[in-house]
Design a protein around this ligand. Structure first.
Ligand code: NAI
Ligand code: MG
Length: 373
């Protein structure tokens, strides 16, 4: 029997390309795992009306971890139009399978390291080592949204003094998306950020919010960060606003280490951080819960490159590294990261984003060859 059981979810688009690259490297490492294929993505929405079928949830309940490539998501009208004809009038509503996965398994922590590897021509600077902790299940992603606004909700909102300015707006001309954050959600993500900082020797944790304007939700996050920080005397808590942070990250990114934010702000700031170290081809992530963790590159399905083996598998390979870390395979994780770093530094095998002409699988083969003994 294999040591680990890993759910294998390529998804669609370039998810397939980069997962094939991951397999090359895992096999080269003799990683002792059974891979269980699991369906997720656009084709299952179109053919069965569910991008995350129940059978996939069942598989995920019985594995040690999951590796996931990427999926395509489309806006409401397009999703409806592409549904198989026999499913058209069943009232099915598309919901992002990734958001559903995160909520179903309470994968509450999104970990997104952004490190500059020497020799990457796409680095904004070479001395960057940022790690973003993004809260993964709450905030504007809870999916409680209204359009049109129901009369009963409007009645309640009328009691709020600031609501008067909408008194003349027809309810069908208004949309509301609720931002919901809990004390426990804030405390968990902030604690994870501080624990990581402590374990890996970072001197600061920066909470990225907007409490001066979004007083209750961002306020809760910042107030909670101040409380949690008390438990970590050697680590400074820095507080910045999301807008200013966008500016600081372009001006002085080397000054920062661990960043922590609520879901949407964390999403935005992590893409900015990813671009500082080479873009989506280098950005790895883990969705981590107490019982399950799902690892995926930050990028999407890049449909225009699907099946062409052109895109950079580095993000996926660094994602495998995160999975190995989480499984407690620290030595294997270091070995893989060193092989990735060596391949980037050598600069001989580069995909198009790095100015080269190598394929996705050639880059994976080069990393495999650099694994050493
Ligand atoms: P995307 O990340 O798929 O691609 C944007 C662009 O980034 C690509 O056209 C390509 O130029 C570049 N890129 C992405 N991955 C790369 C890689 N590994 N190597 C080199 N270059 C790379 O984002 P986009 O175009 O906004 O979305 C495409 C689809 O993916 C949409 O349906 C979207 O909903 C979905 N998506 C899925 C995600 C996921 O599976 N976690 C995350 C983000 C988007
Ligand atoms: Mg994103």
């Amino acid at each position: 029997m294999s040591k680990y059981k890993i759910a294998w979810m390529p998804g669609d688009g370039i998810g397939n390309d980069v997962m094939e690259a991951a397999k090359i490297v895992l096999d080269a490492m003799n990683f002792d795992a059974e891979y269980v294929p699991a369906d997720i993505g656009w084709e299952f929405w179109c053919s069965e009306g569910d991008a995350l079928p129940q059978r996939t949830l069942d598989i995920l309940s019985g594995v040690d971890a999951a590796l996931f490539g990427a999926i395509t998501s489309k806006p409401k009208e397009e999703a409806q139009a592409e549904l198989a004809p026999e499913l058209q009038d069943k009232g099915l509503v598309y919901a992002s399978p990734i958001v559903r996965l995160r909520q179903h398994f309470n994968l509450r922590t999104n970990l997104r390291p952004c490190k500059a590897y020497a020799g990457n021509p796409l680095n904004f600077r070479d001395d960057l080592d940022l790690v973003v902790f993004r809260e993964n299940t709450e905030d504007l992603y809870v999916g409680v949204e209204y359009h049109p606004v129901p009369e009963s909700l409007n009645e309640e909102l009328k009691k709020h003094p600031r609501w008067a300015r909408f008194a003349d707006t027809p309810l069908e001309d208004m949309a509301i998306s609720l931002r919901v954050n809990t004390r426990a959600g804030c405390r968990n993500i902030i604690t994870d950020a501080f624990e990581y900082a402590k374990k890996h020797g970072y001197k600061t944790v920066t909470v990225v919010e907007k409490p001066n304007v979004v007083r209750e939700t961002s306020g809760l996050m910042v107030r909670t960060a101040r409380e949690v920080a008390q438990n970590y005397p050697g680590i400074d808590l820095w507080e910045t606003n999301i807008d200013a942070m966008a500016m600081w990250l372009v001006k002085n990114p080397q000054n920062y280490g661990v960043l922590v934010a609520t879901n949407l702000f964390g999403d935005i700031v992590s893409d900015l951080c990813a671009q500082l170290v080479g873009g989506l081809g280098f950005a790895s992530s883990g969705n981590i819960g107490d019982d399950l963790a799902v690892f995926e590159p930050t990028h999407g399905s890049a449909p225009k490159y699907a099946g062409q083996y052109k895109t950079n598998p580095t993000a996926m390979l660094l994602t495998v590294k995160l999975m190995l870390d989480w499984l407690g395979e620290g030595e294997a994780a270091i070995r893989l990261e060193q092989a990735v770093a060596k391949t980037i530094a050598a600069g001989e095998v580069r995909t198009y984003d790095m100015g080269g002409t190598s394929t996705t699988l050639e880059l994976a083969e080069a990393v495999a060859a650099n694994l050493g003994d």
